[in-house]
Structure formats: C-alpha cells, structure tokens
Design a protein around this ligand. Structure first.
Ligand SMILES: [Zn+2]
Length: 249
C-alpha cells in the first residue's frame, strides 16, 4: 500500500469509504477508529490501539493491513499494533535489532517512526530540551511537556491556538505548540478524519480538549456534551427498566 503524498493538497477520495459507513465499523471505539483510518488511508505508517477478536480483525483484514497483538491473548480489551506491511516489517526488524534490553530512546524512536511522528517531536519526547528552565520554573513539582507549556502561555495571553492541535492521537505530544512539522501532519490527519468519520473526528477533538488547559477554553462545549451523555444514559436505564417490568408481567 502506497503512502499518500505528503502535501497539504486535499485528498478527495477515500480508499475504504464503504467500511466507514458499515455498522461493524461503528462497533469500534471512535478514537481507535480515527487512528486506524489514518493508517488505512495511507497517512500514517502504523498505530497502536485497542481492538477485539471479531469485528476489529475482520476490518483490519479488509483494509489489507498487518496486525500484531501487544497484550496477553486472554484480556478482554486486547491492544494491537496495526500497520502497512512495509511499516510492520520495518518495525519488527528494528525490534529484533534492538535485542532483549533496548534503551528507552531506541524504543521511542522505533515507535515514533511507526506512528508517523515528526523526528523533532520524538527527540524532544526522549530528551526534553525546549524551554526547559522556564518549564521547571513554571511547574516545579511536575515537568510538563513543552507543548503543554507553550499552549498554556498562548491561552493565558488570550491567544487562540492552531485548530489542528486538537487532532493529536492520544500518545502524540508535539515538540512545540507551533512545530511546523507536527502542524502539517495534523492538518492532513484532521482533514481526512472530518471527511471519513466526523463522529470519530469530534471524539478525538474532545479528547484533546480534556487533556490540558484547553479544557478551560472549551468548558461550555464539554459540559454540554457531558449533559447529553448523561441524558442518553438515563434514557437507556429507563428503557431497560420498562423492559424488565414488561418481561416480569
Ligand atoms: Zn516537532
């Protein structure tokens, strides 16, 4: 499977549009859907996500992707590495080359490459360097990432932040809130996610809002979402209750 060209040019056709419309697709967790889709659409070499042994495996096969189980085979929520054949064989080759006791840096570099993260972001994650003195002064008890530090500075100055930063997959922390490479990658990811699965795109956005100081900016939207979910939960409980009563009569 070929990677899509790495430009900001908008891809208009989806490789697996039918799958994204299927009821089986909707059985998967939205944030896992978002990450899987980026690999299937050729925008990311691989991903590490939760799946299952039924619908998830079928979908991955239909997408012609490779998968490898990362957790105990008996856990209820198994986690997998899913990647293009090329990326998977390179990742496995690096695992073998690293031997039994790989360094933390080697693991992060190999995973960062598989997950399609810019090198500058992986290196900052391995060895925090940017604004390090300011970050320690700002948050002495817990070293926060430079990304979080810069984002908080932006928001405290009343500035807006680049919208594409709301499309970071859960394990990704850019090296900076203004990293041009991260922003370019995230803009491509945002674009295709919004076309292919708007529900998953919105879930990913809200996941990012809850991560840090963005929660203050999006407080009203998050509260509204919580109320909607709670109302849906109560409706579900009420329906089950009525069905139980009916079945007892
Ligand atoms: Zn970066």
């Amino acid at each position: 499977m070929e990677d899509r060209k790495h430009t900001d040019a908008e891809p208009t056709t989806l490789r697996f549009a039918e799958i994204y419309q299927s009821p089986e697709w909707m059985t998967l967790d939205p944030i896992s859907r978002a990450q899987l889709m980026l690999v299937a659409e050729g925008l990311k070499p691989g991903t590490m996500i939760h799946g299952n042994f039924t619908s998830f495996e079928r979908i991955v096969k239909q997408m012609n992707l490779e998968m490898s189980l990362n957790t105990d085979p008996y856990v209820l929520e198994p986690a997998f590495t899913v990647a293009t054949a090329k990326a998977m064989s390179e990742w496995l080759r690096q695992e073998i080359m690293m031997g039994e006791k790989p360094s933390r840096a080697e693991c992060h570099r190999s995973n960062g490459e598989l997950l399609g993260y810019p090198k500058c972001c992986t290196e900052e994650y391995i060895r925090p360097m940017k604004n390090i003195a300011e970050r320690k002064q700002y948050s002495p008890k817990k070293l926060i990432s430079n990304f979080e530090f810069e984002l908080e500075q932006m928001l405290s100055r009343g500035e807006s932040y680049p919208e594409e930063l709301d499309f970071c997959p859960p394990p990704f922390t850019p090296c900076s809130a203004t990293c041009p490479e991260a922003r370019q990658v995230l803009r491509r990811w945002k674009h295709i996610l919004e076309i292919a699965d708007p529900i998953a795109a919105q879930e990913l956005r809200e996941f990012n809002w809850r991560r840090d100081a963005r929660a203050f900016v999006h407080k009203t939207e998050l509260e509204k979402k919580y109320e909607e979910r709670h109302a849906e939960y109560l409706r579900h409980r009420f329906r089950s209750h009525i069905e139980n009563i009916a079945s007892c009569e």
